[in-house]
Design a protein around this ligand. Structure first.
Ligand SMILES: [Zn+2]
Length: 278
């Protein structure tokens, strides 16, 4: 596997290169991966945060490859993935294609798609095609992109080295399970995630992630009783295998699990918190 070095264009597959942004952190791991994809021209997948150095890195990479950037597409509109589109469009005149922006206060409001992408769309990327697969869950507008060679750009649907946060209301655990199952058996040969290195065994990653989420859901149910408990208390027992400083973030995914359990008739919310549904 190639190492993750910010600013360098690293080839990851046929007509595909990765450029890591300089925004490492608790929520972004090594930083956001932008990808360049295309044969005769380039589509930038997830331009990343608004950052001058990263913009220059993308422009230099396109120069070195000798191909113009003509399209920008985004997997979703969290602020570490799409805000870089504005400056990239200003510099290149590229067209923006991608999802709508959910109104939950957590999105990059500057994102505006010239063309909205929906499930099953196939777009031309300079002589090679990308299929659009809707994968709601991490957030309701999440898209993945599949190349003809079976390389899947996963955004934050699946990332390498960590699980992803599911933050209601636009994040949904029920939808997340369904979107993971949707990718099984589709002949995906490799995954290029929004954070971390490529995932070389996609079917294993999918089944492990589904099993991990199911195990967590089972644990949530185990930790619930007839007596209502607030999420801030419940997180300590459900995530006792996770360092306490991450419990604030884990509360989002815990709430997503609880909402799914409620939808399945197994849990219910009261004034004091959550309890098992009998
Ligand atoms: Zn995200």
């Amino acid at each position: 596997m190639a190492s993750l070095i910010p600013g360098q264009a690293t080839p990851i597959g046929a007509h595909a290169w990765r450029v890591l942004a300089r925004n490492p952190g608790m929520m972004t791991g090594p930083g956001t991966n932008s990808y360049l994809y295309g044969k005769d021209s380039l589509t930038v997948i997830d331009p990343g945060p608004e950052d001058h150095d990263h913009l220059q890195a993308l422009l230099h990479a396109a120069d070195d490859l000798g191909k113009p950037i003509t399209q920008v597409i985004v997997t979703h509109t969290h602020r570490d993935h799409s805000p870089g589109a504005l400056a990239l469009v200003a510099a290149t005149g590229a067209r923006c294609l991608g999802p709508f922006v959910p109104d939950d206060g957590l999105q990059d409001e500057s994102w505006q798609a010239d063309t909205l992408l929906t499930d099953g769309d196939v777009i031309d990327c300079g002589g090679v095609e990308l299929e659009i697969i809707e994968t709601p869950g991490h957030v309701s507008n999440h898209l993945c992109f599949l190349t003809e060679q079976g390389l899947l750009f996963t955004g934050d649907h699946l990332i390498q080295g960590s699980t992803v946060v599911i933050a209601p209301p636009s994040g949904s655990m029920g939808a997340y399970f369904a979107s993971l199952r949707k990718l099984q058996g589709r002949g995906i040969t490799m995954m290029a995630p929004g954070h971390g290195d490529v995932i070389e065994d996609p079917e294993t990653a999918l089944s492990h992630t589904l099993a991990h989420r199911q195990k967590r859901e089972d644990k949530v149910l185990d930790c619930l009783s007839e007596k209502s408990v607030p999420v801030s208390t419940l997180v300590k027992s459900v995530y006792d295998d996770v360092p306490a400083f991450l419990h604030g973030v884990a509360e989002f995914s815990l709430l997503a699990h609880l909402i799914k359990l409620a939808e399945d008739g197994k849990a219910e919310q009261s004034e004091d918190g959550w309890r098992r549904s009998e």
